[in-house]
Write a protein that binds this ligand. Structure first.
Ligand code: ZN
Length: 249
């Protein structure tokens, strides 16, 4: 079973397309949430993903864009993006987002899927300190998460928690990094953000989880950044949302 893992697409259609084009052969697509907000293609992204994905959990932006939650917990930039998205999202696509499952979701294949943390769908896991309890208490040995827009993860072995980070040359070409998954170890694994990376690498991030070979491949792939930025500007979204994509911050 080979699973294409995506997260935090954030209405970036060009990045999603590049990921789908570059993805190695897989049996299923699992999506860890935040389909929309920040980018200018929320409807296209939802409509592209719905027929593809076998497993999907909701992100904090999906909840806010579809009216499940209000905008009080968001910074001013996110509020602008969410207000724009609420205006432009179709009723049918809003309904799709409202019906997404809350994590942790436990597909029969074993790994748990969450947006933020297995203990709180909206919590950020950004350090070994943040990772400790989720690693100990997640309902599954392997937990797949997103939300931070940082590709990487954490492992717990013999009561020792370590950070996991793919190593790249940081070029403008596609690259991948392989992690072997050991049997007695607990993992938190983040495929990174398809549509708005924040780990100083502008390329779209995703991962391939191979449950037969027990390995995870992290991937980065370039996409048509200029087109995405032009759409953001044309839509009247904040300029910062176009600029940040170029630096991956
Ligand atoms: Zn996000």
């Amino acid at each position: 079973m080979r699973i294409l893992l995506i997260s935090d697409v954030h209405a970036n259609l060009e990045a999603l397309q590049a990921v789908l084009d570059a993805a190695p052969v897989h049996d299923a697509v699992w999506n860890l949430g935040d389909f929309v907000s920040y980018g200018a293609s929320p409807n296209e992204v939802v409509e592209q993903l719905v027929p593809l994905q076998k497993v999907a959990v909701r992100g904090n932006h999906d909840k806010a864009a579809s009216g499940i939650t209000d905008l009080t917990d968001f910074n001013p930039l996110a509020v602008s993006a969410l207000e724009w998205t609420r205006t432009h999202l179709s009723a049918a696509n809003g309904q799709v987002l409202r019906q997404l499952a809350q994590g942790p979701l436990l597909p029969v294949e074993g790994p748990a899927c969450v947006h933020g943390s297995p203990l709180d769908e909206d919590a950020y896991i950004q350090s070994r300190r943040d990772a400790w309890r989720p690693l100990m208490e997640s309902p599954a040995r392997i937990t797949l998460f997103g939300h931070t827009h940082l590709q990487g993860g954490y492992m717990l072995e013999d009561q020792q928690c370590s950070a996991l980070n793919p190593i790249y040359k940081q070029g403008d070409r596609p690259e991948s990094f392989m992690l072997k998954l050991e049997p007695e170890v607990r993992y938190l694994l983040n495929p990174g953000s398809v549509g708005q990376p924040r780990d100083s690498d502008w390329r779209a991030a995703f991962a391939l989880l191979d449950l037969d070979a027990m390995q995870l491949e992290w991937h980065r792939v370039p996409y048509d950044l200029a087109e995405t930025q032009a759409k953001i500007r044309k839509a009247g979204l904040p300029e910062r949302l176009a600029i940040r994509l170029a630096s991956g911050r």
